[in-house]
Design a binder for this molecule. Structure first.
Ligand code: FES
Length: 571
């Protein structure tokens, strides 16, 4: 017997309401037989000219559409909010949860049986997966793919990573403003998202590792024809998945999340993956904590020689074998029996995965860096945790004690950091407050604070920096992030003063403010919380409901899901 899909609640009835649902759709030229009960596939599109990383998505959607038609489905593309990392203020992270709500409600309210999620720029991937997980229909992610390598004066340059390098070079006089301007046109020279192992590439790898995207999804360049082939095949496959009732919850299991955490370690992935995976897990009912990140990442070396931790870029990574080669290399560190959307297990998908370049994808026996995972530190400064990415840090600074130089806000930081009279040397610890979820609001990527010019001029390239902010996945340095509780929520970070001594010991998982408990208590009693950012609108909703970074900075009322039961009729 043919399975009745949820879309038949709209298109099936022969009555007045069925007439309305079909008749208006027919204004798009759709013939009668497309409403015969076949699976209706939503193509959830984050295309926008304001999101340059996703600006090729109308093309990508066309290839998904071909596959859906071929397999006997009806594709219907729909737009959702798009989040462009480079333009949106105050930060795209403020809107990740809003996009997830847009996705969830758009899917549930419409005659959709399965969905292909088109995502690329950083926050679009987690937001789409969070929203779809709360509906729990069959879904496949198709990433937009990375840009081709940047090329500047004969050198490969990476989006993000080389921006930070070049701007520091200009500040300390080793690069001219003219060269800086020229580099602007050489960095991002094709369709696609950042081609370093930043957040977009990390999250594209995460969805492949979770098994909710097809193998090789992570690395195929956006302009490579094989990206379009993958979109086409995803279109075919989602129709079969609807017929097989393969919902997201069949794939998003605890072992799948454990695989993803280990893959993030092996690729030297972005710290942002921590916050996003915690939020996705919360939507699908998988208990995942910061401690899982530390425990599972502990034995995973970084295998991939990509910026910001290494020297190559995503295009090179694809030609070297891409993510399947990495997963294969991880061997028993991966749960191989985890199912994936192509109908095979993770192990089956990678059993013959070739590696064509051992300088880009290193063997487990001779890794790029011994420690690839994310380390969780705790202490009186961050009782609920903070994170650091050892593969991007300076080994000598990972056990360090230094004097705090404190900035109450990011604006104060910008005003003072290049002041020649700033009382700072390379042994100090830069402390930035009020940049967490509630504090900014939205937890921006400002944790990779630029170093003071006067130290850059001395040739200093790294210092210990701590904050409740996030940092760009393309950034690097000995940087402690996501301090919980954040300063604006009354965490001890709020009362750190210039001159306090701070100790970081990554091996011992410790971040410690060397101030007595009684003095911390006294300062906290005198502390006044910053004013709420707004008394209305989305900013108020966000401020009132956002959880701390250790809970993925999701909204408290969005945890879990509401399924995809057909809502009551609209007429
Ligand atoms: Fe979109 Fe980096 S700015 S992925």
């Amino acid at each position: 017997m043919l399975m009745k899909h949820r879309s038949s609640a709209w298109f099936g009835p022969r009555d007045r309401d069925g007439f309305i649902h079909r008749s208006w759709m027919k204004n798009q030229g759709l013939p009668d037989d497309l409403f015969d009960g076949r699976p209706v596939i939503g193509i959830c599109n984050t295309w926008s000219e304001l999101t340059p990383c996703n600006a090729h998505f109308r093309d990508l959607a066309e290839h998904v559409r071909r596959g859906v038609y071929e397999a006997g489905g009806l594709p219907l593309e729909f737009p959702v909010m798009s989040l462009g990392e480079t333009l949106m203020r105050p930060t795209t992270m403020l809107f990740r949860n809003l996009l997830s709500m847009d996705v969830e409600e758009s899917i549930r309210a419409n005659p959709i049986d399965g969905v292909v999620l088109l995502a690329g720029c950083d926050k679009t991937t987690p937001a789409l997966l969070m929203g779809a997980a709360s509906c729990d229909l069959p879904a496949i992610m198709v990433s937009g793919g990375p840009m081709l390598n940047g090329k500047f004066r004969g050198q490969d340059i990476g989006s993000g990573t080389d921006v930070w390098k070049f701007s520091e070079a200009v500040r300390c006089g080793t690069m001219s403003e003219c060269e800086f301007k020229e580099a602007e046109g050489c960095m991002n020279r094709s369709a696609g998202h950042c081609m370093t192992m930043g957040t977009a590439s990390t999250m594209a790898s995460v969805v492949e590792a979770l098994g909710v995207a097809l193998p090789t999804n992570a690395a195929i360049p956006a302009v490579d024809s094989r990206r379009y082939k993958l979109a086409h095949v995803a279109g075919r496959r989602i129709v079969e998945m609807v017929r097989e009732d393969l919902r997201l919850s069949k794939f998003l299991t605890r072992p799948a999340f454990e695989n993803a955490i280990r893959v993030v370690g092996a690729i030297g992935g972005s710290t942002n993956a921590v916050i996003h995976l915690l939020a996705i897990a919360g939507r699908i009912g998988v208990e995942l904590t910061l401690d899982d990140w530390d425990r599972l990442g502990r034995c995973v070396p970084c295998l991939v020689n990509l910026m910001p931790a290494g020297k190559y870029l995503m295009e090179d990574f694809y030609y070297a074998g891409g993510l399947p080669a990495v997963i294969r290399e991880l061997g028993d560190l991966i749960h191989r029996a985890v199912p994936t959307v192509n109908g095979k297990t993770v192990g089956e998908n990678v059993s013959d995965a070739p590696c064509y370049n051992r300088d880009i994808i290193k063997p487990l026996s001779d890794p790029m860096k011994a420690e690839g995972g994310i380390v969780v530190v705790r202490g009186n400064l961050c009782p609920d945790g903070a994170i650091i990415k050892p593969s991007a840090a300076t080994p000598e600074l990972m056990n360090h004690r230094g004097r705090a130089v404190v900035f109450e806000t990011i604006e104060e930081f910008h005003t003072r950091i290049d002041d020649p009279n700033l009382d700072v040397d390379e042994s100090c610890v830069l402390v930035l407050k009020n940049c967490g979820p509630r504090g900014y609001p939205g937890m921006p990527e400002v944790g990779n604070m630029p170093l003071p010019s006067k130290l850059l001029n001395k040739g200093i390239t790294d210092m210990v920096r701590i904050s409740d902010a996030r940092m760009s996945g393309t950034a690097y340095g000995t940087i402690v992030l996501h301090i919980v509780p954040e300063a604006a929520a009354g965490g001890a970070l709020a009362i750190v003063q210039n001159g306090d001594m701070i100790e970081l010991n990554v091996a011992k998982r410790k971040l410690y403010l060397d101030v007595s408990d009684s003095e911390i208590k006294r300062r906290l009693e005198a502390w006044k919380p910053p004013a709420a950012p707004s008394d209305r609108g989305y900013a108020k909703l966000y401020y009132d409901h956002v959880m701390q970074a250790d809970r993925g900075a999701d909204f408290d009322f969005l945890v879990g899901g509401s399924g995809a039961a057909v809502p009551r009729e609209s007429h």
